[in-house]
Design a protein around this ligand. Structure first.
Ligand code: NAD
Length: 331
C-alpha cells in the first residue's frame, strides 16, 4: 500500500523502515500533523498512518475520502482523536495497535512514582550544583503502603505486579473486573473505598465519556489528604483545574503525569517559544509535580512492536483479510 505517515519523527522512520522490508509498503513520511488542512499531503496514497496528536476529525476524514484514502492506521492504542462515525460513513477502515508493550508504560509509571516520592529529579539538580543538603528530599517507603489502580487492563495488571513486588497492598477498580489482576495480588473494591484508602492512586483506564474528568473536585474530596496522584493514561481523565486547586490546598500531596488535557505542545521542541498555556505553566511551578511529555510508551521494544503491528494491519487490509485490530471495517 502507499502510505502517508503523518507526525513522523526520526524514530518513526527508523522503526517503520526497519520492519517494512517484510511488508513492502511504500511509505512517505511527513512531519506535519494530520488535520483537515494537511490531509492533501496524502494525495495518491491508499492509507494514512497517524499518532495521538493527529486531528482525525470528520473534516479531515472527508478530505481523505475525496482523495481515495481507504484506511487509517493508528500507530497507538488510544483512538479518542479519531471520528469513527465519520470513518464508517466514508467507508474508511480504521486499525490500531491495541498492545505493544504494557511493560513500557507500567515501568515508566513506577519510574515517575519513585522519582517523585524520593525527589530524584530535584536531587539530580542539587548534586550538579554541589548542594548535598537533604532538606526537602524526604520520601516514604513504598513497602507496606496501599496503592489504588484504576483500570486493570493490560497496563494496569503489569502495574499491579510491580507494586506487589515492592510489598504494597493493591486495591483495584475497573468496570470489568479482571481475574489476572486478582491473580497478580490486587483486591477489587468500590471506587470510593479505593479513593479513601490509597496512599497512591494511579490511572490506567481509557479516556471515554465516562472517564472524562473522573478525577474531579468531588473525587479528590474522597481521597486521603496528601494522596499521590499518577496519570499515564490520557490527560482528560483528570480535571487539571481541580487538581491544581487541590495541590495549592495540600489536599493532593504530589502529582505525576505523563499525559495532559491539552497535549498540543507534546512531541515538539518549543523551548524557544513563550508558553501560552497558563494552566500547564502553573503545573510546572509546583515542587511536588512531575511531568513527562507522553513518553511512557517510548521504548525500543514498544516502537518495534508498534511498527510491526501497524504494517501487519495494513497487510491484512491490502489482502482483504479480517484484521483483528480493526476498529472500523471498510465497506
Ligand atoms: P486496556 O484496554 O487493556 O485496559 C483498560 C482498562 O480500563 C480495561 O480493563 C477497562 O475495563 C478499564 N476501564 C474502562 N472504563 C473504565 C472506567 N470507567 N473505570 C475504570 N476502568 C475502566 O488498555 P491498556 O493497554 O491497559 O491501556 C490503558 C490506557 O493507557 C489506554 O487507553 C491509553 O489511553 C493509555 N496509554 C498511555 C500510553 C502512554 O504512553 N502514556 C501508552 C499506551 C496506553
Amino acid at each position: 500500500m502507499k502510505v502517508a505517515v503523518f507526525s513522523a519523527k526520526s524514530y518513526d522512520r527508523r522503526f517503520l523502515a526497519a520492519v517494512n522490508g517484510r511488508h513492502g509498503h511504500e511509505l512517505s513520511f511527513f512531519e506535519s500533523k494530520l488535520n483537515a488542512d494537511t490531509a492533501q499531503l496524502a494525495a495518491g496514497c491508499d492509507a494514512v498512518c497517524v499518532f495521538v496528536n493527529d486531528k482525525v476529525d470528520a473534516a479531515a476524514i472527508d478530505s481523505l475520502a475525496k482523495l481515495g484514502v481507504t484506511a487509517i492506521a493508528l500507530r497507538c492504542a488510544g483512538f479518542n482523536n479519531v471520528d469513527l462515525a465519520a470513518a464508517k460513513r466514508n467507508g474508511i477502515a480504521v486499525v490500531r495497535v491495541p498492545a505493544y508493550s504494557p511493560h513500557a508504560v507500567a515501568e515508566h509509571t513506577l519510574g515517575l512514582i519513585l522519582t517523585l516520592n524520593r525527589q530524584i529529579h530535584r536531587a539530580y539538580n542539587r548534586v550538579r550544583e554541589h548542594n548535598f543538603d537533604l532538606q526537602g528530599l524526604l520520601g516514604f517507603d513504598l513497602h507496606g503502603k496501599t496503592v489504588g489502580v484504576i483500570g486493570t487492563g493490560k497496563i494496569g495488571v503489569e502495574v499491579v505486579k510491580l507494586f506487589r513486588g515492592f510489598g504494597c497492598r493493591v486495591l483495584a477498580f475497573d468496570v470489568r473486573e479482571n481475574t489476572l489482576a486478582t491473580e497478580a495480588g490486587a483486591t477489587f473494591v468500590s471506587l470510593d473505598e479505593l479513593y479513601s484508602s490509597s496512599r497512591i492512586i494511579t490511572l490506567h483506564c481509557p479516556l471515554t465519556p465516562e472517564t472524562f474528568h473522573l478525577i474531579d473536585a468531588d473525587a479528590i474530596a474522597k481521597m486521603s489528604p496528601g494522596v499521590m496522584l499518577v496519570n499515564s493514561s490520557r490527560g482528560a481523565v483528570i480535571d487539571t483545574q481541580a487538581v491544581i486547586a487541590a495541590l495549592k490546598a495540600g489536599r493532593v500531596g504530589a502529582l505525576a503525569i505523563d499525559v495532559y488535557e491539552e497535549e498540543e505542545l507534546f512531541f515538539e521542541d518549543v523551548s524557544g517559544q513563550v508558553l501560552q498555556d497558563d494552566q500547564f505553566a502553573r503545573l510546572l511551578t509546583f515542587p511536588n509535580v512531575l511531568v513527562t511529555g507522553h513518553q511512557a510508551f517510548f521504548t525500543e521494544e514498544a516502537l518495534t512492536n508498534i511498527a510491526e503491528t501497524t504494517l501487519s494491519n495494513l497487510d491484512d487490509l491490502q489482502s482483504g483479510k479480517d484484521c483483528a485490530n480493526a476498529l472500523i471495517v471498510a465497506n
